[in-house]
Design a protein around this ligand. Structure first.
Ligand code: F6P
Length: 493
């Protein structure tokens, strides 16, 4: 049902919104604004566009804020953005977010299952799946209420795959897109999902007029799944007509066509260069330099402590480098920032512990009184990340699989003396950066160690030249343009 107010012309829906709240013992709420591509993307259309962002309450603070607001949040908290935060019951949210989105769909798209024992799709899974449906329906209901006739609705990510289809049923007048910020699984992996669930996910996304992906590779994988699982027709317009060439892909199923788009989110050079030179970053740079010690090279990595980021193999490769190249002893430091993520899941807690243990083991094996081979920081600190970007000689980005990986794009933009990029061929960013990166197979620890040695040994001139080209390739599609391109593709304007 359309609400009485005129409704929004542009709506964004995502699990995590642009603001979160902490609740203290006295019941006071403190708002904290987040960053990221969507936040800066949406700012490109300005407050007059009257866009509304629908997101979920993630914790107790958010839930309380959503209840107190009873609709849109206070725009002072959100930086002017109209935000509706959904107070979905905590158990339903938990099952949908931790159970299905992060433990099933994320695992499928990032190839994270250890298949001899998992996944197991049983009654427990079915109960969680029902929650995922309810959580998606809550979004579809809110969007249906908030949208003006004919509005454009941009639905984000694997948490909300069912929303486009559900929303189309409720409001056939809307223009709807879905965007995947993750990779899309190869068809053989995707088909691990129970057949009805696999079909539901695909049909959910196909409920939209457009489905967007970060790279051509993920769009092709989605099209393959539609063809194999649903028997849908996949067509290419333009391109070389031979299958893999460029050209727009579309999927037709039961008479409806969904166009697939590729929008490779880039780094925001203007923001990063300004932010990276503020006093708080300078301070952290000085502290890091002191911790590293004079005259040493640095291998920097900055990640959430996320299974797919491959931090453990990165550390093993660094250990292999030290074992095979004693000339680097005392002359290199691995600066590894591994920020907490999804700590409600035991597999993430175990992985976090493993990262810490391995860093300690390398430090006790190789460290000396005046050289700490691994400097590991686990407390999220954006200013310190930027400081590390500034001083990096080598950036290590070795995910087993990643939708894009913005760190690979941000480091060359911020680095002061030029930075060699060791990049996994399984990161989406590889499509745009491969020519000037040193690319690795993320499972090959010895190969990664060789790549680190090559990166550390690169001549200054070559490193600077490559960094310039990497920075140019990384900033082709900054967040504002990335968002506008999708909006225009959807509205045809
Ligand atoms: O695409 C994956 C994504 O949703 C990103 O947008 C974000 O970086 C990450 O996952 C964060 O996950 P979470 O919200 O679970 O912390």
């Amino acid at each position: 049902m359309v609400s009485e107010r005129a409704g929004a012309q542009v709506l964004v829906a995502s699990n995590r919104g642009p603001v979160s709240y902490a609740l203290d013992e006295k019941g006071a709420l403190t708002a904290r604004r987040g960053g990221g591509g969507l936040v800066s993307g949406l700012s490109a259309i300005g407050p007059d566009a009257g866009a509304v962002w629908v997101c979920a309450a993630l914790g107790d603070g958010d839930r309380e804020a959503a209840r107190r607001a009873g609709g849109r949040l206070d725009t002072e908290d959100t930086g002017g953005q109209q935000v509706r935060m959904l107070d979905i019951p905590a158990d339903v949210f938990g099952d949908a977010y931790n159970g299905i989105a992060n433990s099933v769909l994320w695992f499928v798209h990032h190839l994270l299952y250890q298949t001899p024992l998992e996944p197991v799709f049983d009654d427990g899974f079915r109960a969680q799946w029902a929650s995922y449906e309810a959580y998606n329906a809550a979004f579809a209901d809110a969007l249906a209420q908030e949208a003006a006739p004919g509005a454009a609705v941009l639905v984000q990510d694997y948490h909300l795959t069912l929303v486009p289809g559900m929303l189309r049923e409720r409001r056939p007048d809307l223009r709807i897109s879905h965007f995947s910020h993750t990779p899309w699984a190869p068809v053989d992996t995707f088909r691990m999902l129970p057949d009805d669930v696999a079909a539901q996910v695909l049909l959910g996304v196909l409920g939209g007029d457009r489905a967007g992906f970060l790279t051509r590779r993920w769009a092709e994988a989605f099209a393959d799944c539609c063809r194999t699982v649903l028997g849908a027709e996949v067509t290419r317009e333009g391109g070389d007509g031979n299958g893999d060439g460029a050209g727009e892909l579309s999927v037709t199923y039961e008479g409806r066509t969904t166009r697939l788009g590729v929008h490779g989110l880039g780094a925001d050079a203007e923001f990063l260069r300004e932010r990276a030179h503020r006093p708080d970053v300078d301070e952290r740079l000085a502290a890091l330099r002191e911790q590293i010690g004079p005259g040493r090279r640095t291998i920097v990595r900055v990640d959430r402590t996320e299974l797919s980021k491959n931090i453990v193999r990165g550390l093993l490769a660094y250990r292999r480098l030290l074992a095979g190249h004693p000339q680097w002893h005392g002359r290199v430091v691995h600066v590894a920032f591994a920020y907490p993520s999804r700590q409600d899941l035991s597999v993430y807690r175990d992985y976090t512990a493993r990262v810490g243990q391995l860093a300690d083991a390398i430090n006790s094996e190789y460290g000396t009184p005046d050289w700490q081979p691994v400097v590991l920081h686990v407390k999220d600190d954006f200013a310190r990340s930027l400081a590390a970007y500034r001083l990096a000689d080598v950036a290590l980005v070795n995910p087993v699989r990643d939708g894009m990986n913005l760190v690979a794009k941000e480091v060359p933009v911020v680095s002061e003396r030029g930075c060699a990029l060791v990049l996994s061929r399984e990161a989406g960013a590889y499509e745009e950066l491969r020519e000037d990166a040193i690319t690795v197979n993320p499972y090959d620890v010895n190969g990664t160690a060789r790549a680190l040695h090559e990166a550390l040994s690169m001549e200054d001139g070559e490193r600077a030249e490559r960094t310039k080209r990497l920075a140019a390739a990384a900033t082709v599609l900054p967040p504002a343009q990335w968002f506008l391109d999708q909006l225009h593709a959807l509205t045809g304007s």
